[in-house]
Design a protein around this ligand. Structure first.
Ligand code: BES
Ligand code: MN
Ligand code: ZN
Length: 504
């Protein structure tokens, strides 16, 4: 995984504040008359810049507020940025901290800085489970994630110059330097994982095919001794009885692939945690063709797969002492003379037959056989990740992933991990009343039914997840951005990584 930012802890930064020769010096300033030791030192050296700004009410140190001093006299740094930290006695919420980090990064990006030094005062957290280690991890993820640019397919002259390369960081904290560094490392690796997922998401459908996902996974396995990868093509899947998965790719010239990655960081017999991703590299809807508007966004229909491939790399890079299996079910959903038609009946690997009433409900078809496949690993838990339904966007919007499950402990752990990692999910019910929506006159189950689209999709998956604790994340709204910021978001790599870190 590519590291885009050199991020280092600099413990003597506070002592050398005036002598630091960075392109930018960024300090945290508290609200109120008494300046904290960091800002008071800067204020004195700069002939009272901070107090003057406060007097003019241009910068008072309110949470997330920013101010810019172009060529601060008395400092060796080229630019000075002030970031508001609120009153020093106030407890900061998750949202407050997000505001602070957003302001910090937007300051950095608006300047032409190659390198920056960041000096932050100590914080008090409103959430009891948050601490400095959590903050440093979060900062590192945030910074690495936010220096990302995608220009892989641009002409050389149009490639962006990603200016920010180096950040030196000081946080006033009682945490040991070793533990601070560890938190930064963990956070940065998660950020790199998000960026790896974004790279896959952003590649166009004509390049990022099922075979491309397979070769990316193989290349990752080559890099890490404890990570291995096996790829099954259509012939092998046919032999395993995966007709349901294969039915999705029938109309496509691209060969469907089942990718099976295995990370052995724990003891040999330890039951693995399994993550399973939907890897539809383009979803036209098939014969149940989608409308044309914004159809290009269906290249993001492999974001579940991208999050699995990236999380396997995060786990390998962090050398977590657990076993993890990552499975990707990949196909391209196209219309054509060989394509599956509405009304066709296919047999799944589990033996259940499916009446395909809508070929656009294809994600569940590839996942059904992938879920049956992971049974052989006797997994401790199974989490599938899929851009499965437009309906989840109606229910939860673009900020929150949908969570459905057959095991409450697993759900609690995932919700918790999402909360911690600022990659939140919310649970929807998977009650029996919804299951009958999938009744079919012609097969064991239909692939669509009912009005609660996100829940019935999960009901379909649940039929193939009866033998293990299982949860399903519907990330159709969260895995990519629309509009001007169109592109992969890197989610839910933070949630998945945090879940596995918590298990290690
Ligand atoms: N990949 C789509 C879901 C999707 C929609 C992802 C919007 C991202 C943004 C999925 O395969 C799909 O087409 N689902 C259908 C299901 C329907 C036919 C029951 C949907 O949501 O409309
Ligand atoms: Mn679809
Ligand atoms: Zn789809």
């Amino acid at each position: 995984m590519k590291k885009r930012l050199s991020l280092a802890l600099q413990q003597d930064l506070k002592k050398n504040l005036l002598k630091v020769k960075s392109d930018s010096l960024i300090i945290g300033v508290n609200e109120g008359n008494a300046l904290n030791p960091i800002s008071s030192k800067i204020d004195q050296a700069t002939n009272g810049v901070i107090k003057k700004l406060a007097k003019r009410k241009e910068f008072e140190g309110k949470v997330g507020q920013q101010a810019y001093v172009a060529a601060p006299e008395g400092l060796s740094a080229e630019r000075l940025y002030l970031i508001g930290f609120g009153k020093s006695k106030d407890l900061l919420s998750n949202e407050d901290i997000d505001k602070i980090l957003n302001s910090t990064i937007s300051s950095l990006k608006s300047s032409k800085s190659n390198n920056a030094s960041i000096c932050f005062p100590s914080l008090k957290y409103s959430n009891k489970s948050q601490n400095d280690s959590w903050l440093l991890q979060k900062m590192a993820t945030f910074f690495e994630n936010r220096v990302y640019t995608y220009d892989a397919k641009l002409n050389k002259k149009n490639k962006s110059v990603n200016r920010l390369k180096k950040v030196n960081l000081f946080l006033e904290s009682s945490l040991s330097a070793t533990n601070q560094r560890k938190a930064l490392k963990t956070g940065q690796v998660i950020g790199q994982g998000m960026n790896a997922a974004k790279d896959l998401a952003n590649l166009p459908g004509n390049i990022c095919t099922p075979s491309y996902l397979a070769s990316t996974s193989r290349a990752a396995a080559k890099k890490y001794a404890k990570l291995s990868c096996k790829v099954f093509g259509e012939r092998e899947m046919k032999k395993m009885g995966m007709d349901c998965l294969l039915s999705v790719g029938n109309g496509s010239a691209q060969e469907s692939k089942l990718i099976s990655m295995s990370y052995l960081g724990g003891k040999k017999g330890d039951q693995p945690y399994a993550i399973v991703g939907k890897g539809i590299t383009f979803d036209t809807g098939g014969i149940s063709l989608k409308p044309g508007a914004a159809m290009d966004e269906m290249k993001f229909d492999m974001c579940g797969a991208a999050s699995v491939i990236a999380t396997m790399q995060v786990v390998s890079e962090l050398k977590l002492p657990i076993n993890v299996v990552g499975v990707v079910a990949s196909a391209e959903n196209m219309p054509g003379s060989k394509a599956t038609k509405p009304g066709d009946v296919v047999k799944t690997m589990s033996g259940l037959t499916v009446e395909i009433l809508n070929t656009d409900a294809e994600g569940r078809l590839v996942l059904a056989d992938a879920l049956t496949y992971v049974k052989r690993f006797k997994p401790k838990t199974v989490v599938d990740i899929a851009t499965l339904t437009g309906a989840v966007i109606i229910a939860l919007g673009y900020s929150t992933s949908g969570l459905m499950n057959n095991n409450d402990k697993l759900a609690k752990d995932l919700l918790n991990a999402g909360q911690k990692a600022s990659d939140k999910a919310w649970q929807l019910p998977l009650w029996d009343v919804y299951q009958k929506d999938l009744d079919s006159n012609f097969a064991d189950i239909a692939n669509i039914g009912g009005r609660a689209g996100t829940i019935t999709a999960a009901c379909f998956l649940s039929r193939f997840a009866e033998d293990f604790p299982w949860a399903h994340l519907d990330v159709a709204g969260t895995a990519s951005y629309k509009g001007a910021a169109k592109g992969g978001s890197g989610r839910p790599v933070p949630l998945l990584s945090q879940y596995l870190i918590d298990k290690a």
